[in-house]
Design a protein around this ligand. Structure first.
Ligand SMILES: NC(=O)c1ccc[n+]([C@@H]2O[C@H](COP(=O)([O-])OP(=O)(O)OC[C@H]3O[C@@H](n4cnc5c(N)ncnc54)[C@H](OP(=O)(O)O)[C@@H]3O)[C@@H](O)[C@H]2O)c1
Length: 225
């Protein structure tokens, strides 16, 4: 039975990934930072860990909570959004929250889980965004969010060099109907998760050099940096 670790799976895309992986017979270890999220995940048959990715003590406790585990896949899903433009300066609090959740969190998680993934030549994936593409940027809407996802993409690109025994990949999930995406989003969360899972399976099992340190759409198509 394959094992996946989902970081930040209390709702939205993470919760749906947990539901689908469980339905498919995977062993799912999923994290949330509050009791409601943990209960939802337990209800799906997941093993759960309480982790707040922005709290260094909580985040860095992952390695001992997972002591002895072998992972096939780890997906960092946690993220926070913001829609402000570049017209006004951000508050320090908002800057820190977005950068810590979206960019620093994965930087703390990957070194802890890489040895567990290395045993199966597994994959570390982050849910990024096409808002993290410099090439595709045509507006300053959500400037801080975009910056955090650019940083995240760069981290994945760099980390692939440091962890050659595993695959590292950044994925855009589409514009998805979740609390973050809103009800007007065109992609249903079930469809995004299914498409992400299919691409992750291709990346994980084919180990194609072109996927190493790559930035991909949920359907596997490469995205421009
Ligand atoms: N929806 C879209 O259209 C879209 C598009 C592009 C990219 N994405 C990316 O996809 C990922 C998932 O987004 P979503 O749409 O599912 O959003 P969502 O429904 O708002 O869910 C966000 C998830 O992140 C978790 N999280 C936030 N801060 C955390 C922290 N400090 N510690 C632990 N968990 C934390 C939340 O947990 P709590 O319940 O505890 O808050 C929740 O489980 C994000 O990285 C987002 O940037 C989404």
């Amino acid at each position: 039975m394959a094992t996946v670790l989902l970081i930040g799976a209390s709702r939205g895309i993470g919760l749906e990934l947990a539901r689908q992986y469980r339905e498919d017979g995977w062993r799912v270890i999923a994290t949330a930072r509050n009791s409601d999220g943990l209960e939802r995940l337990k209800g799906l048959g997941c093993e759960t860990l309480r982790v707040d990715v922005t709290d260094p003590a909580s985040n860095s406790g992952l390695s001992w909570q997972l002591d002895g585990e072998k992972l096939d896949l780890a997906v960092y899903v946690a993220g926070v959004g913001d829609r402000d433009t570049a017209v006004s300066p951000p508050t320090r609090e908002k800057f820190d929250l977005l950068m810590q959740t979206n960019a620093m969190g994965p930087m703390m998680v990957l070194p802890q889980v890489a040895p567990m993934l290395a045993q199966s030549a597994g994959t570390f994936a982050v849910i990024s965004s096409h808002f993290g593409s410099l090439t595709l940027t045509e507006t300053s809407l959500a400037v801080l969010y975009r910056m955090s996802k650019v940083a995240l993409n760069m981290y994945i690109r760099c980390a692939q060099h440091d962890f050659p025994e595993i695959g590292c990949v950044a994925l855009h999930p589409g514009w998805v109907q979740t609390d973050m995406g809103g009800p007007q989003a065109p992609v249903k969360v079930q469809d995004s998760a299914a498409s992400l899972r299919q691409t992750l399976e291709t990346v994980r099992t084919q180990r194609d050099p072109k996927h190493r340190g790559a930035f991909l759409n949920h359907d596997g198509q490469p995205l421009p940096w």
